[in-house]
Write a protein that binds this ligand. Structure first.
Ligand code: ADE
Ligand code: ZN
Length: 344
């Protein structure tokens, strides 16, 4: 007799990769308060509840204002370690076996925290978690609302770290999208490409399809973060499908930031139907109401995804990752064995 489980449960238990998670966006209100106390800092909110109550966003910028305020409690190596370890615990609970994690050094260097402190704390937690079955990579993101010169200076400051930390394998582009097109960062991405780094950029979250074209043609990214507005341009959808440049989609984020009115309106399934390599990720789980499995559950329920579609999304998470071909094949073999041995 075959024991059947609901598809959401089957997906929750499946091994998976998470490819779009901002480590500062995993900072839960409880930890914000704990770190503020440890660092003798006063917050603008007098309780955990009042901070959480402020998490009602109308667009990307309204979120970013609170997100940067939350990150201001991070000062020491131990702070970055504790934040990262808390994310790793949640990722392990969701059967994430591989995570590619973004961090925003300028958010911290602007406040006088050394970039080495940031990377050392994050990397030490990731190294400690590797033994427990979660492998990882780190991606340094430039804040696009700041200048090109600031991004170039950040890249120069990070150069020794790319040598010292093998986990640090790429650069990305995040923060306020509208008015800050990828073209603004063509030169810094060119420099990153010249030293062999992997390249990603947020594009087509709030910004138009033209920003996705710029990310592909000018920055030459390996993946597009979000990219959900590609659906507005049929030629772009075909190009994404043909080239298998993956989209790291973050469904709960898109709802919380009002990119779509509700989850039944999300374009993830349309993109999947057109053959685009979509993945499911949490973005800023502490702010958007859920970690990666919550994103799978909400998407499966609202878009009525079937067994084969969920399997495809899970496979895409490994195919789009920056691990070696051998590591990728081993992860996919484990996923397939699990998937085929479990009836939904
Ligand atoms: N930084 C953290 N989360 C982000 C998002 N969803 N878009 C742009 N920048 C971000
Ligand atoms: Zn993001």
């Amino acid at each position: 007799m075959t024991h059947t489980v609901p598809l959401t449960e089957k997906a929750a238990r499946a091994p998976k990769a998470e490819l779009h998670i901002h480590i500062e966006g995993s900072l839960e209100p409880e930890l914000i308060f704990k770190l503020a106390q440890r660092n003798n800092m006063k917050l603008a909110y007098d309780s955990i509840e009042s901070l959480r109550d402020a998490y009602a966003f109308t667009d990307l910028q309204s979120f970013l204002d609170i997100y940067y305020a939350g990150a201001s409690v991070l000062l020491t190596e131990a702070d970055f370690y504790d934040m990262t370890m808390a994310y790793c615990e949640r990722a392990l609970a969701d059967n994430v076996v591989h995570a590619e994690i973004f961090f925003d050094p300028q958010t911290h260097t602007e406040r006088g925290v050394a970039i080495e402190t940031v990377v050392a704390g994050i990397d030490r937690a990731l190294a400690d978690t590797e033994k427990r079955g979660l492998t990882s990579k780190l991606i340094l993101c430039f804040l696009r609302h700041l200048s090109e010169a600031d991004a170039l200076a950040t890249f120069d400051a990070a150069l020794p770290l790319f040598e010292r930390y093998p986990r640090l394998i790429g650069v990305g582009l995040d923060s306020s999208e509208r008015g800050h097109p990828p073209s603004k960062f063509e030169r810094v991405f060119e420099r990153a490409r010249a030293i062999g780094l992997k390249l990603v950029a947020h594009a087509g979250e709030e910004g138009p399809p033209s920003y996705i074209y710029e990310a592909l043609d000018l920055l030459k990214v390996d993946r597009v973060d979000h990219g959900v507005r590609s659906i507005e341009d049929a030629a772009l959808v075909t190009r994404l499908a043909d080239t298998r440049v993956a989209l790291t989609v973050c469904p709960l984020s898109n709802i919380k930031l009002c990119v779509f009115d509700d989850m039944t309106r999300h374009t993830l399934k349309d993109l999947l139907d057109h053959g685009v390599a979509v993945t499911v990720n949490s973005d800023d789980p502490a702010y958007f109401g859920g970690y990666v499995n919550d994103n799978y559950t909400a998407t499966i329920d609202a878009l009525k995804l079937d067994d084969a579609e969920v399997h495809t999304i899970l496979r895409n998470s490994f195919e789009a990752s920056f691990v070696t071909p051998q590591e990728r094949d081993a992860m996919i073999a484990k996923l397939d064995a699990y998937w085929n041995g479990t009836a939904a």
